[in-house]
Write a protein that binds this ligand. Structure first.
Ligand code: ZN
Length: 85
């Protein structure tokens, strides 16, 4: 999930693991953006190396298909490109 962290009165967006709440913005190499190909829902989770329970909590979607995984930093690059920021 994306939440605001307040610093010096400014709201700064950070990315948090949807499973455990870890702030993934502190090191984007530790997180994944995952897409459910059936619903296009996007979730953010810790990589296995940081917390195995977070990836495992996603399970499979209703048809048993896997989520589509993307490195968090690549997802953010694509988001920035697609929003033309
Ligand atoms: Zn996590």
């Amino acid at each position: 999930m994306i939440k605001a962290i307040y610093s010096n009165g400014n709201a700064c967006p950070h990315v948090f693991c949807d499973a455990c709440g870890q702030d993934l913005s502190l090191d984007p190499g530790l997180g994944l953006a995952v897409v459910n190909p059936e619903t296009d829902e996007v979730k953010f989770v810790c990589k296995l190396s940081l917390n195995p329970k977070c990836e495992q909590s996603l399970g499979s979607n209703q048809q048993g298909a896997k989520w589509i995984w993307t490195e968090l930093h690549s997802f953010c690059d694509q988001l920035q490109h697609n929003t033309r920021l």
